[in-house]
Design a protein. Sequence first.
Length: 488
Amino acid sequence: MSASLILNDPTLLQTNAFIDGVFTAAPNGKTFAVRNPANGEIIAEVADCGADDIARAIDAADTARHSWAATTAKERSAILRKWNDLCLENIDDLAAILTAEMGKPLAEAKGEILYGTSFIDWFAEEARRVTGDVLESPFPDKKFIVLKQPIGVFGAITPWNFPNAMITRKVSPGIAAGCTCVLKPAEQTPLSALALAELARRAGFPKGVINIVTGMDAPAMGETLCADERVRKITFTGSTEVGRILMRQSADTIKKISLELGGNAPLIVFDDADLTEAVEGAIASKYRNAGQTCVCANRMFVQSGIHDKFVAALAEKVAEMKVGDGFEEGVVQGPIIDQQGFDKIERHIADATAKGGVVVTGGKPHEKGGTFYQPTVLTGATRDMQLFSEETFGPVAALFKFDKEEDAIAAANDTIFGLAAYFFTKDVSRIFRVSEALEYGMVVSNTGAYSSEVGPFGGVKASGLGREGSKYGIDEFMEIKLMVIGGV
Ligand code: NAP
């Protein structure tokens, strides 16, 4: 274990894959290093499993699925609740592991654990609210009944930017529905996943119900999950590019699919917005997790009447943001996850400034070195810039000036993506008009923060398929069966 990561309970730092209820090394003993993005230090060496280990995990999940599906919803709910309680009891350690491997500030990491556990808590309740139907029969001598049943084994693949919550948001509804799972976490953040596995083991999930397989060979592991007939569903959060691959690979076995993919969120500030609210909302949406979330505002459209005041107020606040190691007191922005992410930010800034964009604050690598980047505000953004069509995934607010409402809506919708969209206005009719006109799965006005277990999370167009969380989330893991009884 890294000297700088001190845990109250060091046994939460598991480094082997969790298959069939047992923490298991890769068969050939291979490992890979997990590094702290703030300083490059190795935190731990983790089992580098591959396609064969995924296949073993599928065997375990398939063996466990009948007995797990046969438990009562109340029994599943009780174990989920135990898992939730154990996560909350260990929140300090879970947050420290998360900050160490991912870099987000410790307070934000704690916020993620609370957000993550909210899904376990919610689906512990939803497990008991799954109901079928008795239909009005079209025949005098036949009864029509609708059953909802667990889909079976599901495969889950998760990203590094929410190493805890993206797991609980998938695993909790699936397990609550009576399914079993095989999950592959991102290679940058396997430790948060394995800590969740250890707490699931302590909560008493039967062996094989939750399997977590770590490894570097994501393409082979994903292919194995998709090709196996026994895996009836794939649930994925990550890039649109990988989402497309998984969808293609799942075609042969006709799997049910949920995809939470990239965003390219617009944030529109109208002249009649409350300036303070708009600036606070823009900061909450843009700079959380150093801009590395799928719902971060990527393009800010600001109406000409409020534009200059908004730029000044935003730049003043952004220039004050403290950047540094997530464990340092007062830090609100950690490092970028890796060099590749850092390079993309540099590329977007170079492209934007070459095309007339003006950096108001930031715009350069941070003096702390490594992958730290200055929180940035850039004005004069235009549609021909890379940052108009691609997620920057970094702390860069790109501001576009507009005059008419319809122009802002047209520009906001001019993207293949459709995850989250934000706008600020005090005009109630505009709230309805613009909410209906924006082609996004989540349209949010007058706030920059809204994610919770209660609201359905998901996108349209190239941002994905299906919804997570909420009362709709459990349906993604169930099949509807029609039961007809004749001769009655
Ligand atoms: P990514 O490259 O797609 O990786 C996500 C996961 O997919 C990782 O576990 C990765 O494994 C795995 N993977 C990579 N190539 C694969 C393949 N060929 N087959 C199967 N699995 C494969 O995405 P990322 O860069 O980590 O995450 C950032 C993206 O996720 C952004 O686009 C962001 O918008 C999106 N995101 C969306 C949501 C949402 O809810 N819509 C939430 C968070 C993030 P390795 O780590 O081993 O490569």
